[in-house]
Design a protein around this ligand. Sequence first.
Ligand code: ADP
Length: 500
Amino acid sequence: MATLTVDPRVSGATAEFVSSRHLMYIDGRFVHAASGKTFPVYNPATGDVITHVPEAEEEDVNRAVLAARRAFDDGQWVRMAPSARGRLLWKLADLIEQNNDEFAELESLDNGKPFSVARVADAPLTVDMFRYMAGWATKISGSTLPLSAGYDFHSYTLREPIGVVAQIIPWNFPLLMAAWKLAPALACGCTVVLKLAEQTPLSGLRLAQLIDEAGFPPGVVNVLTGYGEGAGAPLAAHDLVDKVAFTGSTEVGKLIVKAAAGNLKKVTLELGGKSPAIVFPDARIDQAIAGTASAIFFNHGQCCCAGSRLYVHEKVFDQVVEGVSHVAEEIKLAPGLDPACQMGPLVSDEQYQKVIGYIESGISEGAKITAGGPVSGFERGYFVRPTVLTNTNPGMKVVQEEIFGPVVCAVPFSDEDVDRIVKRANDTVYGLAASVWTQNLSLAHKVARSLRAGTVWVNCHNVFDASLPFGGYKQSGWGREMGEEVLHNYTEIKAVTVAL
Ligand code: ADP
């Protein structure tokens, strides 16, 4: 294997971790893949190989699931005092916080996002998530129920951990997605096999080291690196898994549902989106321009809730499109670790080709470009310029399909359309999120009610918090992550009735 050089801009700790031998975490031990196989991890800013990680296959999945099964069935974790489970989660949060910038460097190196963003968003939100769920560990409870069947019964519910959970995550927020999955499952008393995205395994492998350091019992958390078909598919299908929680594309989400059918394991899914941002003429225009630009360009548009359809009232359409296009043109593209970087490369060559393909398809179908376009001007790396398209129509691929890149379609609407605009916004197979921009309180709430989406933001977009449930209507998913709501994903309810 050729000697690999780590980007000189990263700290000594990150360089040391990246150049170390990477191992998966199964049953409290750091291990190679059973086959000894590894696969390369790429730097999206250059296309160079950063390092190699183990390639889990069915045998490794089996080992991890058996470890998680044993750790669940032996009862040690389930019966651990909730306060002790909460303390472990809190301790893990502290360890992540102590290594905040190292995690941000890993995310930047591996995913391409700006280091400056990862250190104030991805890493601290991860810490918040573990702390928030640490608090829930002691508050998961059932209720007592008055029976109409008769006074001489005492009935109550127990909320119990669902069991062994398979968790499969994507590459857009590698560390944060791990936290969204792990923290609630562990707070509820489940044991977990987590499969990281093959494009971005580094922060999850570092997290596994901290999970070990925090002192979680062996087998409670297992972390695998591998491809979707080789590792994800056998994990989703495994008969000893009680539940699979998946975040990724709608296409793979449907495969997960099929794979889960064998033992009817429970399934939650957080899938794609084509989120509308609707700007009414009375909106504070500067705020709407900055906000809707950030709605689509944050994380290079690689967000399932990216505001990729921009509906603007015709009175302010030109102004908003000009403003968003100006923001787009001003965004500084650079490798994520470059201090000047405001937008890094997309995560992979595959994503790059896909997004450029969408821009070209928009142009060939008659869309007009007011910012960006298919040519990045970079010789290396998967850079795509933030792009604004107008002159689209509802049938175009760019308007209907999730692009998962920094590309927005701006569409005007008129006074006569105000009632219809919600219908148009809802005219998609997705229903993840939406934003509404207006100063009219009544209009804001009316539109919020009518949108078929799991999240509606008013005069903001992409506001996340550990306390806010997040998930989709329609083909954007099943179930909700975060908030109290996520506890339903990882618990079963048992009704107990005693004849007195
Ligand atoms: P994206 O298109 O954003 O890369 P995917 O849905 O392909 O998202 O991938 C999200 C996660 O699902 C990754 O961890 C990937 O390895 C995994 N995955 C892909 N295909 C399958 C599959 N057939 N079964 C289970 N997991 C899969």
